[in-house]
Design a protein around this ligand. Structure first.
Ligand code: ZN
Ligand code: ZN
Length: 336
């Protein structure tokens, strides 16, 4: 089968690799749509070392069942599915607490195993969620990143009409904005440094947008009285500090971004304002199902986020479009 094999910085090749062999608990999925994740891009650009080449990446995908292992009961050939790509152990402390997303033994398809930048993928049957005819394979490929936003909102206490800031208006920020709004949030301020992303988040429900290259987001938010909740979807020291400064006393800061590992922050602010800071990583199966339902019931619109659809052969072009950000690009979806 055809697959895109990544060999290191800016080096990805289309090659023939063997068709995956499925176990009794697995199904063979023909990949119909796979979206390039920011984390795949970080590996491609060489800024993240979490992925080790050579590797077939790709974990945000949907497809059609081609074959089922003999222990798989609830799926059949021809079923349209979206795949939940995090596989947790089910027995560790975090799994026992229901936080399967934080499982120390978890594996991700396309990081620990061969991913979906390929014509076919072998997946455990229980990780496949059937998708209704009303949503396209392209939309379904965005269930995975949407689940990240759903999880972040689910673990953050938001009261009705709470004011919110979203720092970072990329895919996760755009999705968090829609999910927070659906969950009853009041005014949402959105921050980014790229104007077309701010235009998009405004269309999707933000009350006011702030280009951090042109004005100081902290001043602007404080002038409006500060906010109850901040979602940080960048992960830099600078933006995390902005979150801590702009949130009101007794506010909530949820950090989804993960660009810088070490930061120097004003922790006195955290203590004196009694700010609750929490990390948010990935999602549980419940979040994933909720994300699928939000798309299926049209409560969240992911279509405007799909700016480019390309054949798998053009994957390097897709990565370059994302890396250069010259075009109005948010999500690149590949069709193997
Ligand atoms: Zn992802
Ligand atoms: Zn576990």
């Amino acid at each position: 089968m055809k697959a895109a094999v990544w060999y290191g910085e800016k080096n990805i090749q289309i090659e023939e690799i063997p068709l995956p062999v499925i176990s009794d608990d697995e199904v063979l999925v023909k990949t119909k749509a796979v979206s390039i994740c920011g984390s795949d891009l970080h590996a491609y650009k060489g800024v993240s070392k979490r992925r080790k080449p050579p590797l077939v990446m790709g974990h945000e995908f949907s497809g059609e069942i081609i074959r089922t292992g003999k222990n798989v009961r609830n799926l059949k050939t021809g079923d349209r599915v979206v795949i939940e790509p995090i596989i947790s152990c089910g027995v560790c402390r975090s799994c026992n607490k229901g936080k399967t997303n934080a499982c120390g033994n978890r594996k991700l398809i396309g990081l620990h195993t061969t991913g979906a930048f390929a014509e076919y993928v072998n997946v455990r049957g229980e990780k496949c969620h059937k998708i209704p005819q009303t949503i396209t394979f392209e939309e379904a490929s965005l269930v995975e990143p949407l689940a990240v936003a759903v999880h972040a909102v689910n673990i953050t206490p938001i009261r009705k009409n709470d004011t919110i800031v979203i720092i970072g208006s990329g895919t996760i920020g755009l999705m968090t904005c829609q999910v927070a709004k659906y969950s009853g949030a009041g005014k949402i301020f959105a921050v980014d440094t790229i104007d077309y992303k701010l235009e998009q988040i405004k269309k999707l429900g933000a009350y006011q947008v702030i280009n951090a290259n042109k004005e100081d987001p902290v001043k602007k938010v404080l002038a409006d009285g500060g906010v109850d909740v901040v979602f940080e979807a960048v992960g830099l020291q600078k933006t995390v500090q902005q979150a801590l400064t702009m949130v009101t006393a007794a506010g909530e800061v949820t950090i989804i971004g993960m660009l810088e590992a070490k930061m120097e922050l004003d922790m006195l602010d955290v203590t004196v304002k009694e700010i609750e800071i929490r990390g948010s990583y990935g999602y549980t199966t419940k979040d994933f199902k909720q994300a699928l339902n939000l798309i299926a019931s049209k409560k969240v619109n992911v279509k405007p986020l799909i700016t480019h659809v390309l054949p798998l052969d053009d994957i390097a072009k897709g990565f370059d479009i994302l890396a250069q950000e010259k075009e109005r690009v948010i999500k690149v979806v590949l069709k193997p």
